[in-house]
Every structure is written in C-alpha cells, then in structure tokens.
Ligand binder design. Structure first.
Ligand code: HEC
Length: 149
C-alpha cells in the first residue's frame, strides 16, 4: 500500500495563508476608513452645539428640532428622507452657507461644527473620541446612512 504523505497538503495551505495575509492590509484599506457610525463628534461638542442651536436655530427649526410649516425638521424620518445618502460635508455646507436663514454665515466656524454635532446627536448617531472638524474633505467622506454600512 502506498503511503500518503500529508506534506503535500501542508505546504500549499501554508502558502495560501501567506498569500491571504498579503491581502489583509489591502482589504482593510479598501473599507471606508471612517463612518458616521463609528462616531464622528464628542459629547462635549454636542452639548456646546445644543446651546448654539438654541440661540441661533431653534426660533425657526423648533426647540425639539422638529421644524414647522416653514423650516424643515432636522431630526427623524423627515431629516433622513432629505439627507440619507448625502455626505456630512453637504449638510455642513448647507448650514454654514445658508443658515441662519436671516443671517447666513454669521456664526463662528466652530459653532457650525458644534451645531452639526448636536444635530447628529439628536439623530442618535454615535459619539466618538474626536471632535468633528471643519475639514470639508473629511466631512465629504462621511456618508449619512440610516444604518451602519
Ligand atoms: C429665520 C429662520 C431660520 C433660522 C434662524 C435657521 N433656519 Fe434653517 N432653514 C430655514 C428655512 C425656512 C429652511 C428651508 C429653506 C431652505 O432650505 O433654505 C431652512 C433649511 C435648513 C436646512 C436644510 C433643511 C433640510 O433638511 O433640507 C438645514 C440643515 C438648516 N436649515 C439648519 C439650520 C441651522 C443649523 C440653523 C442655526 C444655525 C438654522 N437652520 C437657522 C429657516 C431658518
């Protein structure tokens, strides 16, 4: 009877493992580096944003962010209907360039980021370790999705 050696099985498997290992960095790299679902703002930032929101946005969009017959709601299904699939960069530009409607671009830049953090918090997007910054390229990469993708 011929003796079957397992050597021929073992070598290709270890090659396979080595080849697979080569692809690991590539696969990790291919995934979106950041997501709105891995946390894009901090709690403290959202708290500052809540104050600024009250001072500069609530008169039209409502203290509960639900909006009214003129101004769109900034939470919940209505908000997701308008913003799902768009980037945080687009939302940031809209707020920074057009809001408050009666005095566009009147807030300090930091305040716009803080308010955006507050809007994210109000929509129950997760808190992260770093503050949201006005880096438009980075914000353009963060997509608004209703579930982690
Ligand atoms: C004087 C009233 C008024 C104030 C104050 C105001 N808004 Fe608005 N906002 C509106 C109206 C009206 C619209 C709808 C028309 C438009 O999109 O330009 C709107 C639209 C928006 C939109 C787009 C709506 C959507 O979901 O498509 C966002 C986001 C927004 N406002 C955020 C803010 C934020 C944040 C502030 C505070 C910095 C603010 N607004 C202050 C009246 C106001």
């Amino acid at each position: 009877m011929r003796k079957r050696s397992s050597r021929y099985m073992v070598i290709p498997l270890s090659y396979l493992a080595a080849v697979a290992a080569l692809f690991v960095p590539w696969v990790l790299h291919a995934q979106p580096a950041e997501s709105i679902w891995s946390g894009s703002y901090t709690e403290a930032q959202a708290e500052r944003g809540a104050e600024d929101y009250r001072a500069h946005c609530a008169s039209c969009h409502g203290a509960n962010l639900r909006g009214d017959s003129h101004a769109a709601g900034l939470v919940g299904m209505g908000f997701m209907f308008l913003w799902e699939g768009k980037s945080l960069g687009e939302l940031y530009s809209k707020i920074r360039n057009d809001m408050p409607l009666d005095q566009p671009r009147s807030l300090t830049k930091g305040s716009y980021e803080d308010i955006l953090a507050f809007i994210l918090k109000s929509n129950e997007f997760p808190v992260g370790d770093a503050e949201l910054e006005s880096d438009e390229k980075a914000l353009d990469k963060l997509m608004i999705t209703s579930r982690p993708n």
